[in-house]
Design a protein around this ligand. Sequence first.
Ligand SMILES: [Zn+2]
Length: 352
Amino acid sequence: MIIRTTVPVIISSLLGFHLLGAEFPTIQGKAYTFEKISEGIYYATGGFGSNNVVIVNDRDVVLVDDGTTPAAARAFLEDIKLITDKPVSAVINTHFHYDHSDGNSVFPPEVQIIGQEYVRTAILTFDILNREPFKTSQGTRVPAQIASLREQIAAAPDETRKAALAKQLSSTETLAEQLKDIKPTPPNVTYKSRMVLYRGGREIQLLFLGRGHTGGDTFVYLPRERIVCTGDMDEGTNVAYMGDAFFDEWIVSLEALKKLDFELVLPGHGRPFHGKELITAFQSYLKDLMVQVAGLRAQGATPEEAAKRVDVTSHQKDFPNIKTAGADLRGVRRMYQWMDENGKRMDETGKQ
Ligand SMILES: [Zn+2]
């Protein structure tokens, strides 16, 4: 028993393979690919925005996250019909970021949209379409891409190239239209620290274990299946966006996560992974980034300089996307802000 469960994990981590290849049977929809993780549990990838989770219960379906646009959420719902004809009763938003919650508006009012209470506050008060991460990830990027494609078409040397660019332009314009359809829609059910949905034989725990990726992230924990959905609190071998982070608290919240009894993690981006090693690796990445940025800040570096000079390539083994020195400027800016806020708090309390 011990050998069967632990040897593959040890071997895979020795080889550096935390990822699961074609481990799960898949169902291909028009937009989404569903991997059957366990009885009634599907991991949905390939859409626009987050990777979502579909939990099919005795009588209903509970979703985790719904993607970047109403069009993406509609495509998701259409593809779910390949798996089940049971109705969606609830959608859990792991956090407020656009790529997890901007599909919310497609659900009728009888569907519960559930989030930690910070998610509702954020969507109602943060002007989310005019701030990061939406702003540069979608808001300004897409119009800039359209303008650039138009210039390229005008300058294209031949008709074949023009036609190829025109095709790209058309799909980018469709995307721009779909982004205009976004109506920020907050959860209509909120909770503070813990909420449990009982659906037939299924127990679905919603846990807020402290701030981290944002001020209100939910872990969706299925204790019987020993599965946890982490949203962007942990993205396996991806480094998460950090522009809204609470850095040292994030490390503590991940420590609380690791105390839960689970075997498989379904992250909001990237790939499912086994065990807790990658979570520890991400904690160590966060620590390293904090120490380095604090050092650069103490030397008088601007956030822009710090974002260029910080070097986390030593974490490449666990996070293969780290190719060179440097880190996302939005995350480093947020870290400076966080350190300023902390400094103020320390001054006020007179403590170190
Ligand atoms: Zn996020």
